[in-house]
Ligand binder design. Structure first.
Ligand SMILES: O=C(O)CCC(=O)C(=O)O
Ligand SMILES: [Fe+2]
Length: 200
């Protein structure tokens, strides 16, 4: 299919709802859920360690170390499945990625709070390519409080096999989140491909 641009000020967000065939997405979800070494990492919230409301893993080129939510992450090597997906995502986006962060939302109470992927390691205008597998969850975008454009928050339903591209000024002027839902939803696996600058 094709990437479709969202009409948002000071952002470049594109979505292909059918990047992967449904059967491909289901097979990949099954394989990654079973083979990735999932971690349940603590983060520091108001000075106290709490467990993140999701499971995570980080894979990439050797040396692509990266700080995320107060964690210093060392990448595990690319697996054949992740390597193959990286090549397809690079072909679709025209960008290069040296690492991928995986998030496993086990149920509706797993979530990701408001943030921007604006760590210095990602450079001033990072390209983030996000592939979703499994349950559909709402992905929200809002202008960054204080410095973002005047615009209402936006909600996208990210279904299995979708590809979401955020690039250009998006991380500078917008934030995004995956809120909890009271609905009974199965697991959702999200992969965000990133390029860590200045790493080996
Ligand atoms: O799960 C998602 O769709 C978003 C993940 C995300 O924002 C991140 O990994 O930084
Ligand atoms: Fe993010």
């Amino acid at each position: 299919m094709a990437l479709r641009s969202l009409a948002l000020p000071q952002a470049d967000v594109r979505l292909d709802e059918q990047f992967l065939l449904p059967a491909e997405a289901t097979a990949l979800l099954r394989e990654l859920t079973a083979t990735i070494h999932w971690r349940h990492e603590p983060i520091t919230l108001f000075g106290k360690p709490v467990l993140q409301p999701r499971l995570t893993a980080w894979h990439g080129d050797a040396g692509a170390s990266y700080r995320y939510s107060g964690l210093q992450l060392q990448p595990a090597p690319w697996t054949p499945a992740l390597q193959a997906l990286r090549q397809r995502v690079e072909a679709a986006s025209g960008a290069h990625f040296n690492s991928v962060l995986l998030n496993l939302y086990r149920h509706g109470q797993d979530s990701m709070g408001w943030h921007a992927d604006d760590e210095p390691e990602l450079g001033p205008a990072p390209v983030i390519a996000s592939v979703s597998l499994g349950a559909t969850r709402r992905f929200r975008l809002r202008p960054r409080p204080g410095s973002g454009p005047v615009h209402a928050p936006v909600g996208l339903e990210l279904g299995s096999g979708s590809l979401l591209l955020m690039q250009g000024p998006t991380q500078r002027y917008w934030q995004h989140a995956v809120p909890k839902t009271a609905q009974a939803v199965g697991p959702r696996l999200n992969l965000t491909f990133r390029n860590v600058v200045g790493s080996g």
